[in-house]
Structures are given as C-alpha cells and as structure tokens.
Design a protein around this ligand. Structure first.
Ligand SMILES: CC(C)(COP(=O)(O)OP(=O)(O)OC[C@H]1O[C@@H](n2cnc3c(N)ncnc32)[C@H](O)[C@@H]1OP(=O)(O)O)[C@@H](O)C(=O)NCCC(=O)NCCS
Length: 182
C-alpha cells in the first residue's frame, strides 16, 4: 500500500470537492461534527485550508484512490499540528496508521526546521488514539474536561507528539510522567 498527499487548492479547482467531502461526512469527534456547506465555504474564505498556518491535501491510496483529507495546522509555530479525516467508507480498515506514518515522512522529510509533530484528539476517539500509539507517538498531555461537547459534559482532550529523532530512529523516546516527588 502506498499513501501520497496531493496538495489541494481550496479556493480553486478543489473547492467543490472539498465542500462536498466536508458536508457529506460525519465527524463525530470534531467540535463541528456535521459541517454545513455554508460553514465549509466560510472556512475556505477565512483561509482555514490554506494560509500561512494551514495547508491541506487529499490523501491518495495507490489502489483505492482518494480516501480522505489531511491538513497541517500551526505551520508558523515550528511544531505543526494536523487534522486527519478519512472518507466514511475508508474508516475502520486500518488505513489510519499508514497515513500517519506518511504524514510524519512528509513533515520531517520536507520541513527541516520542524523538530516536533503534534496531534490532539478527544479521549473517546479510540481509533485515533490507537493509531497514534501504533505509530510510535507519545501521549504528552491529558487536558481533563478540555473538549466541549454540545450534547453533554466536556470530555478530555489528549495530546500526542512525535519527535524528529524518534521518526529517524524508529525508536520511541518516552519520559517519566510524574517526575517530581513532593
Ligand atoms: C481516526 C481515523 C483517522 C482512524 O483511522 P482508521 O483507519 O479508521 O482506524 P483503524 O481502523 O486502524 O482503527 C484503529 C483501532 O481502533 C479501534 N476502534 C475504533 N473505534 C473504536 C471504538 N469505538 N471502541 C474501541 N475500539 C475502537 C479499531 O478496532 C482498531 O483497533 P484494532 O486494530 O485492534 O481492531 C479514522 O477513523 C477517521 O478519519 N475518523 C474520522 C475523523 C477523525 O476522528 N479524525 C481524527 C482527528 S485528529
């Protein structure tokens, strides 16, 4: 299986497909789980898919074709975050791991100034959390009640990170979570 990223043009040739992708899928673990076409169009106009901080890509699979959407965020920070959304028919098939590995190759392979790659998800997004762990990412924060939920109580937001040195070596460096004795 080979994964590649095709940089998309959110205000030009990819606009229609991008609006369609976002509006026809459900994203149960995103703050906005059912974006409307109007909301996606407004986000495009605000530069949320491509500006200094953001860049977006279609995820292409060599046999399955276009399987999802990937965005790099906080690009001016030196430690980018990402947003990964598979098209519904391609979820639950183990594809996320290969994509996250390809994403790390893209970030560390094309951005020499980047030393850390970061990701954040809800505590109940088990598929994404397992994907992080299986790709050697380390849990670095657990923000209790940090993720607002429309229909109920807030859940925790969990942050993961991957270091360039770990990407290079294939070894996960960890740390002692509670390193201070009181
Ligand atoms: C999150 C996402 C990228 C994961 O990729 P994926 O290819 O669908 O994930 P996988 O199929 O490899 O699933 C990973 C594991 O989670 C498990 N899992 C999934 N949902 C689960 C649930 N509700 N409870 C328990 N385990 C669950 C799967 O069974 C699998 O474990 P297994 O291999 O031991 O069976 C993809 O599902 C997706 O795009 N979801 C919608 C958007 C999203 O939430 N993106 C994350 C934002 S950063």
């Amino acid at each position: 299986m080979t994964i590649s990223f095709a940089r998309l043009d959110p205000t030009g040739t990819d606009r229609v497909d991008l609006v369609d992708f976002m509006a026809r899928n459900e994203f149960p673990f995103h703050v906005r789980s059912r974006p409307t076409r109007e909301q996606v169009e407004a986000s495009i106009a605000e530069g949320a898919f491509r500006d200094d901080d953001n860049d977006s890509f279609w995820i292409e699979h060599d046999e399955l074709g276009r399987i999802g959407f990937f965005r790099l965020e906080d690009l001016t920070d030196g430690a980018p975050l990402f947003d990964l959304r598979l098209d519904a028919p391609f979820r639950g098939r183990g594809l996320g791991q290969e994509i996250l590995r390809a994403a790390a190759d893209h970030v560390f392979g094309t951005m020499p100034e980047v030393n850390r790659f970061e990701g954040q998800t809800r505590e109940d997004n088990i598929a994404m959390r397992k994907t992080f762990l299986r790709c050697g990412w380390v849990k670095e924060a657990h923000y209790r009640q940090g993720w607002p939920v429309d229909s109920g109580a807030p859940v925790a937001s969990v942050a993961y990170g991957l270091l360039r040195q770990d990407w290079q070596s294939g070894q996960t460096t960890t740390f002692e979570w509670e390193d201070l004795a009181v």
